[in-house]
Write a new protein. Structure first.
Lengths: 476, 496, 95
């Protein structure tokens, strides 16, 4: 049978606030355990939640960013369950009426653009952290995370493959970074994803039984986890088995998903409106102000880059996937005489490869936009060749010197003195008389050999055009 | 000294008739002699004397507020920094609060002297003070009987003149019913008037802090100091607090008092009905008019309340899990076993009943039938009040259908116990201010309470009417005769 | 009885209250009586009525995003049943 994959994602985005969602404790990452666990975070008897305006603002910003309906009246509810990292015995979340209603987002797939529906996005508080090591068979609880503001973005089950799921996840990631509502740091848990995966016979409209994959914390793992899960479910279904609705954990070491036994017991969260928090009413001014301050979003920026910088759709798309990359590109362009397409090639090619190699983000790039601009200027004014420029980039990576300093100190300037190049050319032709004869006998292909030899002897610095011209003069 | 009421203490301390230390020592001695009432869970003798010494310095330096140097007690669900805060429960029997409730902080700033923490029904769940882990409290008017609840310790303490005022809280009648049973003035202000920060929550949308004292003038003074906006409570009202002391002497001539026909029915004891009628005649004599009003949905107030309060409580009490504070069971096999034993051993029977009811009415499949139904009835009940208040300035009736009952009498019948709240819990459901004032005695010489319910935010009218009533009557001046405690009506040391 | 001992056991598990089968029987009787009282709500028609979660229907107040809480771990953990290295200790949690 042919199966169709149906995937919906729930993405938890940590909002960029200074204080927690319902208390004045810090949200800074990496503090000593429980030093940022205030009276509200540890749920002392008698303490009460007070909502952070900034968290509401950032949630609305997201909603406006995807053109979603903003619910001017939304309700905080309690989700009741016992767990040691949940100090109140309930999580404050939004259930019946979330702050952000339906919206949509476009992703690019192999078959072109596809619209993915967003069901809702709601505000909630994070739980604490359980640490299992070294406590004589006990678990240690750190409540620094408890109460950190999260926006949970729930998609429609519109995704049809692991690749689409990742494209959607990347798009949301890019968007929250553009909107500056989250740092999107997956290592620190600021951007987390649960995936609901189910299969159905192709053509069927009814949804199959789903498994929920929990907390998959990198783009690569999302793809792998979903792919594993698809295979697992197909295997079961093909064998005539049934999928169990359950929560599964992805184990990245073993590349498999496994059932979370502890979550299997019947849950009954007993949601009800939090009596400590009246309804949240947002007025038009509040929303309009946020709307007026919205930055340019990826799709709009992509169109503008295509138009203003004469970029291909693919390049513009790659550059605008990430706000920092697009900023970097525009910064370089504003400081260099080089062609904007060359700038794009360098960023998406050499720079991107170097960053990947050092596992760095562009915002931490050792070569900032100023040095990149001057590097491209040196190519543009024939001081160095493109090939040497790559060498300069490697040198710049490890030093803080200027581009010109690096070129000078390493003697990398292009040789443009015709006399000097002619001397090398003569030398090469003399040393390789056999090849010269072959060339004269009609072996045109060997021309490249002479160019290579001259370039090599010049340490790559000879101006390639002059080398070509001189060789042709002497040989033809 | 203890025969003086709070306002009189305020004047005496200023006139240096006696010092705060002398007054504090006097009350501490009385508390010690009245131990049998079991009104206190904790007596903070050392702390009290320190505060009294400080108050005396302030009084000496003319830096004192009206309440400076006056002894008081807190219901044991207000968190008090460095002092045991038990909520009448085993599960908090070792909990020394690391912080002060807003109310505690505010009264400290006024220079009041804290004598201790009063006994209460466990987590304020009860109408007799019998559910306390620390044992039942005895009614000073008849030690065989309950003082009412849940603020039973506060009411017994003020009634026995162990303190001139005590804080209390009211979720369904927990200030007014004990005030009625003990012959006191009790006020529950409008929801949001007094900060709930630091009040251990029972039912968050119903809980409201207030006090019990001996007369309306004292109540006005202390309520003034307790009230006001608190940014740590999202339900705290961001509104100025009226000057309650200023309105007391206003005439009530022309005020219209609404008498809900539902509050004057056959379920009310005859003595109570008579006393309330008599009280209404007093008010009429003061120039007030009366009008019959309707609260047609009040008959479902009790069922509605007993869905909402337990639902909220079941969630509010989930934090008592033996992880971060409070009692943890000795032996357990795993996490869930630790949770289940800690909570089963830490909570008493009534608390467990309410947690289970609350869990049930919120659970999947029952939420709409019970919880949502109750929230709809709640609106209908609140709307009934709005309509009634189109015809009147305040509502009056009995606080309770009967007077104080014998300890143990209703223990086996939770439903009978719940019916104590029949006239009181509607004000909580609607968030309205309400009072109970002494209005007579029944044939067993047990106090009877007159309940006054005001418009939202209108504590002033209640206090004015109560004060004017107390200028014409002497019910609030009656003193119980407590075996073993000096200073009863006929005993030695009555007036010193 | 409107609540069976089995239902009591389920509710008690949700609420993490250890309950023996004897206690479940007892609670079933008591809570059924309370539920009978509660069911009196059904005498009133509530269609078209908006539920009321908060008295007087106020709007939520929002606070400024400021960090004012300080580290009070030591004070808070002096009242904790079990801590080590600043962490609260609980019986081992198995995922």
């Amino acid at each position: 049978m042919e199966w169709e994959t149906v995937i919906g994602l729930e993405i938890h985005v940590q909002l960029l606030t200074k204080s927690k969602i319902f208390s004045a404790a810090s949200t800074a990452y990496g503090a000593q355990p429980n030093t940022q666990a205030c009276d509200v975070s540890i749920a002392l008897p008698g303490v009460l939640p007070v909502m952070n305006r900034e968290a509401a603002r950032l949630a609305v910003r997201f909603g406006l960013g995807i053109g979603a309906q903003i619910n001017k009246r939304s309700i905080f509810a309690r989700k009741n369950y016992f767990y040691p990292d949940l100090p109140k015995g309930y999580q404050i979340s939004q259930f019946e009426v979330p702050i952000v209603g339906q919206g949509r987002i476009e992703i690019e797939t192999d078959n072109g653009c596809k619209v993915i529906g967003i069901t809702r996005a709601h505000l909630e508080e994070d739980a604490g952290k359980s640490l299992h090591q070294d406590f004589h068979d006990m678990t240690g609880i750190d409540l620094n995370r408890a109460g950190i503001p999260l926006l949970e973005i729930v998609s429609e089950p519109d995704l049809r493959s692991a690749v689409e799921a990742v494209a959607y996840l990347r798009k949301i990631h890019s968007l929250v970074r553009y909107l500056n509502i989250s740092d999107g740091n997956m290592q620190e848990g600021s951007f987390r994803c649960d995936a609901n995966v189910s299969m159905r016979p192709k053509g069927q409209t009814e949804l199959g039984i789903r498994a929920e994959l929990k907390n998959i914390n990198s783009f690569r793992f999302v793809e792998k986890a979903i792919e594993f899960e698809i295979d697992r479910q197909i295997d079961i279904l093909e064998d005539g088995g049934k999928i169990v609705q359950e929560t599964r954990l992805y184990d990245s070491d073993k590349n498999e998903t496994r059932s979370m036994r502890s979550k299997e017991e019947a849950h009954d969260y007993r949601y009800f409106p939090d009596p400590d928090l009246p309804e949240m009413i947002l007025d038009d001014d509040f929303i309009d102000q946020i709307r007026n301050q919205l930055p340019e979003l990826p799709d709009a920026r992509k169109s503008r880059l295509e138009r203003e910088y004469h970029l291909s759709s693919t390049d513009a798309s790659h550059l605008t996937n990430d706000r920092d990359t697009a900023d970097y590109f525009e910064n370089v362009c504003s400081q260099t005489a080089a062609d904007s397409r060359t700038v794009a090639n360098w960023i998406l090619g050499e720079l991107s490869a170097a960053l990947n190699h050092s596992a760095m983000e562009i915002r931490d790039s050792p070569v900032d936009s100023i040095r990149m601009a001057s590097l491209l200027d040196r190519i543009n004014d024939d001081t160095i060749s493109g090939k040497i420029a790559k060498q300069v980039l490697t040198l710049l990576w490890k030093s803080e010197k200027s581009v010109d300093q690096v070129i000078d100190e390493n003697d990398l300037k292009q040789i443009t003195d015709t006399g000097a190049i002619e001397a090398i050319v003569d030398n090469i032709l003399q040393e390789n008389s056999a090849q010269v004869s072959q060339y004269k006998a009609g072996n045109q292909k060997i021309f490249g050999f002479f160019v290579g030899q001259v370039m090599q002897q010049s340490g790559g610095k000879a101006n390639p055009k002059q080398v070509n011209d001189l060789l042709r003069n002497k040989l033809d | 000294m203890h025969s003086n009421c709070l306002s009189e203490h305020s004047a005496a301390l200023r006139n240096k008739t006696y010092s705060s230390v002398e007054l504090t020592q006097h009350y501490l001695k009385r508390i010690d002699s009245a131990k049998a009432l079991n009104a206190f869970i904790t007596v903070t003798e050392e702390l009290a004397l320190e505060q009294a010494q400080y108050a005396d310095r302030m009084l000496h330096d003319n830096k004192a507020h009206a309440l400076t140097g006056i002894p008081m007690a807190h219901k044991d669900l207000f968190c008090t920094k460095g002092v045991l805060t038990t909520c009448g429960s085993k599960i908090l029997s070792n909990f020394v609060s690391p912080y002060d409730a807003t109310v505690v902080e505010k009264l400290k700033q006024q220079g009041m002297v804290i004598l201790g923490k009063t006994n209460m029904d466990e987590f304020a769940m009860g109408s007799s003070n019998e559910t306390s882990y620390y044992g039942a409290v005895k009614n000073p008017w008849d030690v065989q009987r309950v003082p009412g609840g849940s603020s039973g310790g506060s009411a017994a303490a003020v009634s026995a003149r162990l303190v001139p005022v005590a804080t209390a809280t009211d979720t369904g009648g927990s200030i007014r019913q004990p005030a009625a049973f003990c012959g006191l003035t009790g006020i529950k202000p409008s929801y949001g008037r007094v900060s709930r920060y630091g009040m251990v929550a029972f039912a968050s949308s119903l809980d409201q802090g207030g006090l019990v004292t001996r007369n309306a003038r004292d109540a006005a003074m202390v309520l003034q100091a307790m009230s006001g906006f608190d940014q740590r409570d999202s339900t705290s009202l961001q509104l100025p607090v009226p000057d309650y002391g200023n309105v007391l002497e206003q005439s009530i001539r022309g005020k219209t008092i609404g008498l809900p026909k539902e509050f004057f029915n056959d379920d009310v004891d005859a003595d109570i009905a008579d006393a309330i009628q008599q009280a209404i005649r007093e008010l009429q004599a003061l120039g007030a008019k009366t009008v019959e009003v309707e609260l047609p949905n009040s008959e479902v107030g009790i069922p509605c309340y007993y869905v909402i309060a337990p639902a909220e409580a079941s969630s509010n009490l989930a934090r008592f899990d033996g992880v971060r504070y409070g009692y943890r069971t000795e032996n357990y096999t795993d996490l869930d076993d630790m949770y289940e034993k800690t909570r089963a051993e830490g909570f008493g029977a009534e608390v467990k009943r309410r947690i289970m009811i609350g869990t049930y009415v919120l659970s999947s499949g029952y939420y709409d039938a019970y919880y949502i139904k109750a929230q709809k009835l709640r609106r209908m009940i609140a709307d009934d009040f709005s309509r009634a208040f189109e015809k009147c300035d305040l509502i009056a009736g009995p606080t309770t259908p009967s007077t104080a009952f014998v300890i143990g009498e209703k223990n086996d019948d939770p439903v009978a116990m719940y019916l104590n709240d029949i006239f009181t819990n509607a004000a909580n459901l609607a968030g309205l201010p309400a009072m109970s004032i002494a209005a007579g005695f029944d044939d067993k010489n047990l106090p009877i309470g007159l309940q006054l319910i005001g418009k939202y935010l209108d504590e002033s009218t209640l206090l004015t009417v109560a004060h004017q009533f107390q200028q014409q009557t002497d019910w609030h001046l009656k003193i119980p005769d407590i075996p073993g405690v000096p200073g009863g009506p006929g005993g030695p040391g009555g007036l010193d | 009885m409107s609540l069976t001992p089995k239902e009591i056991t389920h509710i008690a598990t949700l609420a993490r209250l250890k309950t023996s089968s004897e206690q479940a029987e007892f609670y079933a009787t008591q809570l059924s009586r309370i539920m009978d009282l509660i069911k009196q709500m059904n005498t009133i028609d509530t269609s078209d009525i908006e539920p009321m979660s908060h008295p007087q229907d106020p709007a939520l107040r929002l606070r400024a995003d400021e960090v004012t809480a300080t580290n009070l771990r030591e004070a808070y953990q002096t009242v904790a049943p079990a801590t080590e290295n600043g962490l609260y200790l609980v019986p081992k949690v198995i995922d």
